[in-house]
Design a protein around this ligand. Structure first.
Ligand SMILES: [Zn+2]
Length: 185
């Protein structure tokens, strides 16, 4: 019974447009916002494995991922090596230009002022945010750079997508960091 119920998910009305990268038709499950946020979470986990604050991002266009990024500030020794910046740069290479209109970005933690600024400049259509960042977030928490009517572009915002998972990965990282420090290492 459970299998029969699950079948329409894959065989049903999966009529999303073909992937921008020419990867073929996108299934309905793959086109769901949760799918892209899980991909961003995978990037965040990869950052954590490298001892970086676990933040990940992916840029999606027409149901295909065209840019990925993870926080690399420590390893790159670069304060601008945030997940969103990396994902935006990769996406721009993929589209062959600096405009990311018709694209969405999925990021595990609310973008900072720098990244929110880059999102406005890129003309990206929408940002999906997992966890809010009350200490540095510049989309809803500290300021609202993405929908400031004085700027020439505004970015649609959706918060709370897979919030629990996005918060959990940050909490786990920082609690482990505290334990390591307490252990004198
Ligand atoms: Zn940032």
């Amino acid at each position: 019974m459970a299998i029969a119920e699950a079948a329409p998910e894959t065989a049903g009305a999966a009529t999303m447009p073909e992937g921008a990268a020419g990867a073929g038709p996108v299934t309905k499950a793959e086109a769901a916002p949760e799918y892209f946020m899980r991909e961003a979470l995978a990037e965040a986990r990869a950052a954590a494995d490298c001892g970086e604050i676990p933040i990940g991002a992916v840029v999606e266009k027409n149901g295909a991922i065209i840019g990925r990024g993870r926080n690399r500030t420590e390893s790159a020794k670069d304060p601008t090596a945030h997940a969103e910046m990396e994902a935006i740069k990769e996406a721009c290479k993929a589209v062959g230009g600096w405009r990311l209109s018709e694209c969405s970005i999925y990021v595990t933690t609310e973008p900072c002022a720098m990244c929110a600024g880059a999102l406005v400049l890129s003309r990206i259509e929408k940002v999906y945010i997992g966890a809010l960042n009350p200490k540095a977030g510049a989309c809803v928490s500290l300021r609202r750079l993405l929908d400031d009517s004085r700027l020439n572009h505004s970015v649609a915002i959706e918060t709370g997508l897979l919030r629990d998972e996005c918060e959990a990965i940050m909490k786990a990282f920082f609690s482990e960091l505290r334990q390591t420090k307490r252990g004198g290492r």
